[in-house]
Ligand binder design. Structure first.
Ligand code: CA
Length: 717
């Protein structure tokens, strides 16, 4: 038995009882005081530890079948997925939406309090790799603070929604955005930026929560050595790079995992992948390329480097190490250790000593990963030389593709398990220096396949929820009804909550058995929250927006927008309205007119400039994007002038469709039209693809993103 965890559960239960009998709340909440505020969810991961564990247990395995909707609120934004985790402080609930807007509601009744629109310019939609998304707000001293797609930090009064201050936290002349939730401790806001693929040099910055003044900035990768280094450790890092990496920025952008630790006074930050993607392209001749794909500890007050642990040296697979970082006290070999736990894209579960960064363990949490052959005695991965596709020139089918991206994991001190949204997938990488997808400098050719057979997968590619035991270093249980693409939340009621494409489910935390389920009419991708008001425990989650993997063709864009904040309690009786009958649009292309040369040019230009937003329609006629319309269904295909008015004239700029005059000629635009007409005709003559979603048939679960998936690295970040 894990007696230490049971003891922790007992302590949490006592805290919950005390809170339930004393509903009065402080006027302001410091997340550091969370043991005194068990009924709230005041920070992205609930408290500084980012465990996403609620000590509330009114809702538990014995009564969860009585869980019903207490209230819901319709949300209006369309065009991106809803990735927010609700924040609950002082009886108010705050959520962010696509386009970086924020809503506030009375957390007990659902009464709308305010909504704030930072008015992100529509053209920012094309400055993004991964959707018009925002993962959440932060709360500090009566203020709600969040980042915007165009790189601002915005602060409003939590009661009124009136602006207090805002600052530009990125360089607006570059392709930088903020999608992650700020973390705040001791009056300091910690935030990074997104977009390693847009020729960035990543950094983590701290701002004053009172004034918005920047306090420090820590650069992830060294700049041009001729200009000197901003931080002494960058001189050491520069020795791990070759060539002229600084010209493309180097990458490493920290866009999600940021955890403040009151025990050490450090901020742990997960850094992004290197850019360009193939290590041999961005750093010819090798090198670890510090501090990409790493966990780094920074002194929260001074911004000075403390330690680093690089999870993927010489990274070539978009292996962001940016997933959420969770701190905990574990008993390992009979000794209590304060640790950082991490499960990034590369498929390895890490337990690091929080004070020193020394790896205590590193274990694959997916089967048959083929980018490494093992670990040395210091838990440094032994890289598979055949997987260095930038050097071999043959390409590589990676097994271990996006094993865990950003969808939050959670840790339950009662069971001792970490709940990981897990993807077991494969993707083929072929290097081509300078190759772009849209605006993204990837240096891989997404139209080519590696010169090797597709690797065999253990029971095929799949997506599931797994419970991982970080002490025993192995999987405790797997629940195939869970998914890689939705965040988790766990409670002292022995429950784990996770959504999927159209349901919200609860599983037993100890053995994974499904114990509750509710139809949501939309996909849940972010994390959920639990809170308590006047003796009643609530579970809050947001469903809506882009269906992501598994969304086919036009449905995800054209289907009705059932974006909602959903709040549940025991014996809740509210019902969602019956979905409208949805009739999918039909393909109605004009007669084909393209010459072979025109079609080839159209395909080339479509892949280069259109795929990132409108999806990849080749080779099997299905698009994976739902941010923007599937162009095969566009009425503009019927007129050359109408098509050019949009593509070159910027007629739909307000929708985010900027003019491509700088990149495309009128002949290019016409070639793209010819190619889309051809693709639409192919799709019209093909059997209908499977479809699911609101109002549609229940449909299959999301397509596993495996070797057979479309040739597009969608949703990397
Ligand atoms: Ca990335």
């Amino acid at each position: 038995m894990r007696t230490h965890f049971l003891a922790a559960l007992g302590a949490a239960a006592v805290t919950a009882v005390l809170i339930l009998s004393a509903p009065a709340r402080a006027a302001t909440v410091d997340p550091a005081d969370l043991p005194k505020n068990a009924g709230e969810w005041p920070s992205y991961g609930r408290d500084y530890s980012e465990q996403r564990y609620s000590p509330l247990q009114q809702i538990n395995v014995d009564n969860v079948s009585r869980l019903g909707l207490a209230w819901y609120a319709d949300l209006q934004e369309k065009g991106g997925s809803y990735e927010t985790t609700p924040i609950v402080v002082d009886g108010r609930i705050f959520i962010s939406t696509p386009w970086s807007k924020v809503y506030a509601f009375d957390a007990k009744t659902g009464r709308p309090l305010w909504k704030y629109d930072p008015k992100v310019p529509g053209q920012y939609a094309v400055k993004l790799c991964c959707g018009i998304v925002n993962r959440g707000v932060a709360y500090w001293n009566g203020k709600v603070i969040w980042g915007t797609l165009d790189g601002r930090l915005v602060t409003v009064d939590a009661k009124t929604g009136r602006k207090v201050w805002q600052v530009q936290a990125t360089d607006p002349s570059k392709w930088q955005s903020i999608t992650g939730a700020p973390r705040i401790a001791d009056g300091r806001i910690f935030i990074g930026e997104a977009g390693s693929e847009f020729e960035q040099r990543g950094y983590l910055a701290a701002y004053s929560a009172d004034t918005g003044k920047r306090l420090w900035r820590w650069w992830v990768v060294p700049g041009d050595p001729a200009k000197g280094f901003e931080q002494p450790e960058l001189a050491m890092a520069a020795k791990t790079w070759h060539g002229q990496w600084w010209k493309a920025g180097g990458g490493g952008t920290p866009w999600d995992g940021i955890t403040y630790d009151p025990v050490t006074g450090y901020v742990y930050v997960g850094t992004g992948n290197g850019a360009d993607w193939p290590a041999e392209v961005r750093s010819p001749g090798g090198g670890d390329n510090l501090f990409t794909a790493s966990v780094v500890a920074i002194n929260a007050k001074t911004g000075k480097y403390v330690w680093h642990y690089q999870e993927t040296p010489s990274e070539s697979f978009d292996f962001d190490s940016t997933a959420q970082l969770t701190t905990a006290d574990l008993v390992i070999n009979g000794e209590k250790r304060h640790v950082v736990m991490h499960a990034p894209k590369n498929g390895v579960f890490y337990v690091l000593d929080a004070r020193t960064g020394k790896a205590l363990s590193a274990d694959l949490f997916i089967p048959s990963a083929n980018w490494l052959t093992g670990f040395d005695s210091n838990f440094r991965p032994i890289l598979n030389p055949d997987a260095n596709y930038g050097k071999t020139g043959k390409g590589w089918y990676l097994v271990g593709f996006q094993s865990h991206v950003w969808n939050p994991m959670s840790f339950n001190p009662g069971t001792g398990y970490v709940y990981i949204p897990t993807n077991y997938g494969s993707f083929g990488y072929v290097a081509e220096a300078g190759a772009k997808m849209g605006n993204q400098m990837l240096s891989i050719d997404i139209t080519k396949r590696p010169q090797m057979p597709q690797p065999k997968m253990v029971d095929g590619p799949r997506s599931y929820l797994q419970a991982w035991d970080p002490v025993k270093r192995k999987t405790a249980w797997i629940q195939p009804e869970g998914t890689a693409r939705s965040g988790t939340m766990t409670t002292a009621g022995n429950l784990v909550f996770q959504g999927n494409t159209h349901m919200f489910n609860a599983f037993r935390a100890d053995n994974g058995q499904k114990v509750w389920s509710a139809e949501t009419q939309a996909q849940i991708t972010g994390g959920s929250a639990s809170y308590e008001i006047d003796g009643v425990q609530y579970i809050a989650t947001v469903a809506g927006g882009q269906a992501g993997f598994g969304a086919f063709g036009p449905d995800a864009y054209h289907a009705p927008n059932y974006a909602r904040l959903l709040v549940y309690k025991l014996d809740g009786t509210v019902k969602l309205p019956t979905p409208a009958v949805y009739t999918p649009p039909t393909l109605n292309p004009p007669p084909e007119f393209g010459t072979p040369e025109q079609l080839a040019l159209g395909e080339k230009q479509y892949i280069a400039h259109c795929t990132a937003c409108h999806g990849n329609t080749a080779p099997n006629g299905r698009a994976v994007s739902s941010m923007f319309p599937d162009l095969r269904y566009s009425g503009q295909l019927w007129t050359a002038d109408g098509f050019k008015a949009v593509v070159l004239g910027g007629a739909l700029q307000q929708n985010g469709m900027v003019s491509f005059t700088k990149d495309l000629t009128p002949a290019d635009a016409e070639a793209i039209r010819a190619y889309m007409v051809h693709q639409a005709t192919l799709a019209k003559n093909a059997p209908p693809p499977p479809r699911f979603g609101p109002g549609g048939p229940a449909g299959p679960p999301p397509a596993p993103h495996g070797a057979a998936a479309p040739a597009q690295p969608a949703l990397h970040q």
